[in-house]
Design a protein around this ligand. Structure first.
Ligand SMILES: [Fe+2]
Length: 273
């Protein structure tokens, strides 16, 4: 995620006019347009839909939700156990964390940290090995494509909606550079070296919905806020203190649209967390 500029008033998106009619003008959701939620998170999305989706952007969250302290108390022991496991089951872990995040109350914001153009990224809790951010995105704001090294992540939509596109390296005999992408072996293509990604998800996530990534699945993604902006909780679980995200160079074009293939290269570290 790029640190570009300080947003003057991230809360202003709540009252901004609907300037953008589409999440990505001229772009259709061609693959996996339906939520790919686990049964659990799908249930949560449905359960929340009555009070949030129908009620709109400013609808208060239901009561009896988890405070920040309760969240941390539940998450941290599991996180510690996960990263000390010989064969960590990240998929199960992020699914459980997604359920917990979907139960979170609206958390207090202490200050507004700069994120990028049109969005802020508030570090709400930094209790190693976990970090919890609140991301506020103004209508149409975009978090450019990036990866997640040495950590997994869970997103939960608290307000509004966002388009989420995820990618993984496309590995074939003709794609030797993509083979270098092996997070568990801690190898990646060098910056500037082109390799091929394949789109794995393209969907709109709305209030109550969650999305997960692990070190090896859906690890590369980009986000674009919907017409009313959005607020997201973003939970990182770091396997190492050097956890970071890398920016990725992509012209936004697909070399094979039906297969969702695109050519990219790493640029530089985005941020370390
Ligand atoms: Fe991310």
């Amino acid at each position: 995620m790029q640190f570009k500029s300080l947003v003057s008033d991230p809360s202003s998106f709540e009252t901004s006019p609907r300037e953008i009619e589409e999440i990505a003008p001229g772009v259709k959701l061609l693959r996996r347009a339906i939520f790919q939620l686990s049964a659990l998170t799908a249930f949560c999305a449905i359960a929340n839909s009555k009070s949030n989706l129908a009620g709109g952007f400013n609808e208060p969250l239901p009561t009896n939700r988890l405070t920040l302290e309760e969240l941390i108390a539940k998450i941290r022991p599991e996180a510690t156990q996960l990263i000390s496991s010989i064969e960590p089951d990240e998929a199960s872990y992020v699914a459980r964390m997604a359920h917990l995040l979907s139960q979170s109350a609206e958390l207090e914001k202490y200050r507004n940290f700069p994120g990028g153009e049109g969005w802020t990224m508030e570090p709400t809790a930094f209790v190693p090995p976990i970090l919890l951010y609140q991301i506020d995105m103004q209508p149409g704001a975009k978090i450019d494509i990036h990866d997640h090294r040495y950590h997994n992540g869970v997103l939960c939509v608290q307000k509004g909606e966002a388009r989420l596109r995820c990618f993984e390296p496309f590995v074939t005999e003709n794609e030797p550079n993509s083979v270098q992408w092996n997070p568990l072996a801690e190898t990646w293509p060098e910056p500037g070296v082109e390799f091929t990604l394949q789109r794995t998800r393209d969907e709109v996530i709305r209030v109550g919905a969650t999305a997960t990534l692990t070190r090896t699945s859906d690890n590369i993604h980009e986000l674009q806020a919907g017409p009313e902006g959005c607020r997201l909780l973003d939970l990182f679980t770091n396997f190492k203190p050097i956890a970071l995200s890398m920016r990725i160079k992509w012209n936004g074009e697909f070399v094979d649209e039906p297969k969702g293939l695109c050519r990219v290269s790493y640029i530089a570290p985005d941020h370390i967390h």
